[in-house]
Design a binder for this molecule. Structure first.
Ligand code: 13P
Length: 337
């Protein structure tokens, strides 16, 4: 397996560097059909393949998107999908200079023996699926598992999350896909920012322990952490400076400088909050490329503006481009509002 991975080493390093290029980040548009259905329901649309296609066509055809977006994470359906005009979505992304990526995990299920916690499925058959996705044009992958602070996290849940991510990362690299390593520490809860920081330190220590044990090439991965913030139901709010300070301290303590890109998730933060926090983290040089891989914080206004009406497509694309540009500036530490 090591020799197979070595044959892809150059591709992996090149892909990771391209995604982690200055002033750009990732558009997460890989909502599962169930999650996409919730988003469509919020604007009164039915969860049909045609509606998902119309919405995703709108996203990928936003003019000039590639100036701010280096990679787009797709759900499997979209990897094989064409636009309403019959053009492959993957081809449009490549024309926009955006690297196509693919969500490869199979979602969360209850973790037996834990305190009501979850684990992430998807390792069975992952090698052959990854090889097929590569042939379809995907060059990076995403696997999202979660850790819950109110429910523990138990040592068992953290270990399972870290081990699953490491196995997935090794399998992705063997098949030419750069793995995005995403142990999402859920925002839900009343806990303090210090408690989030403590849990994040535990989680990332274990993730890197198992990544190393599984011979993962660190130069060919990307991370997708949660920012260190107070729980969503905490009465304390943290300033962008405080979030940036603790999040960067976490990265400095736990993440080797060989990792090329740290692409944060937005996790329910508002659009502007996610931009301000990212901007605060980029006020001083750091060893990585600290950037974004947002779904909701890029799409919320765009989706609402569209509302399923063809006449609103341009305004919705402008809303997407405004968030993309704002986060591009934040990646460079130059967002001024
Ligand atoms: P949010 O930015 O909406 O948290 O989604 C990012 C993502 O892809 C979570 O896996």
């Amino acid at each position: 397996a090591l020799s197979v991975r070595a044959s892809y080493a150059d591709v992996l390093v090149k892909t990771a560097k391209t995604v982690a290029s200055p002033g750009r980040g990732i558009l997460a548009m890989d909502e599962s059909n169930a999650t996409c259905g919730k988003r469509l329901a919020s604007i009164g649309l039915e969860n049909t393949e045609a509606n998902r296609q119309a919405y995703r066509t709108l996203l990928v055809t936003a003019p000039g998107l590639g100036q701010y977006i280096s990679g787009a994470i797709l759900f499997e359906e979209t990897l094989y999908q064409s636009t309403v005009d019959g053009k492959k979505i993957v081809d449009i992304l490549v024309e926009q200079n955006i690297v196509p990526g693919i969500k490869v995990d199979k979602g969360l299920v209850p973790l037996a023996g834990s305190n009501n916690e979850s684990w992430c499925q998807g390792l069975d058959g992952l090698a052959s699926r990854s090889a097929t996705y590569y042939q379809q044009g995907a060059r990076f992958a995403k696997w999202r598992t979660v850790v819950s602070i109110p429910n523990g996290p138990s040592a068992l849940a953290v270990k399972e999350a870290a081990w699953g991510l490491a196995r997935y990362a090794a399998i992705s690299q063997d098949n030419g896909l750069v793995p995005i390593v995403e142990p999402e520490i859920l925002l839900d809860g009343e806990h303090s920012i210090d408690r989030t920081f403590e849990v994040a330190q535990q989680v990332w220590a274990e993730v890197f322990f198992y990544l190393a044990e599984n011979n993962v090439l660190f130069e060919g991965i990307l991370l997708k952490p949660s920012m260190v913030t107070p729980g969503a139901e905490s009465k304390d709010k943290a300033t962008p400076e405080k979030v940036a300070d603790l999040t960067l301290t976490l990265l400095n303590r736990r993440i080797p400088p060989s990792v090329p890109g740290i692409m944060f998730l937005s996790g329910g933060q508002s659009e502007v909050e996610a931009t301000l926090n990212l901007n605060a983290m980029n006020q001083a040089p750091n060893p990585w490329h600290v950037s974004f891989s947002y779904a909701r914080a890029l799409q919320n206004t765009c989706l609402k503006t569209w509302g399923g009406r063809p006449e609103n497509v341009k305004a919705a694309q402008d809303a997407l481009l405004l968030r993309a540009k704002s986060n591009s500036l934040a990646q460079l530490g130059k967002y001024t509002g």
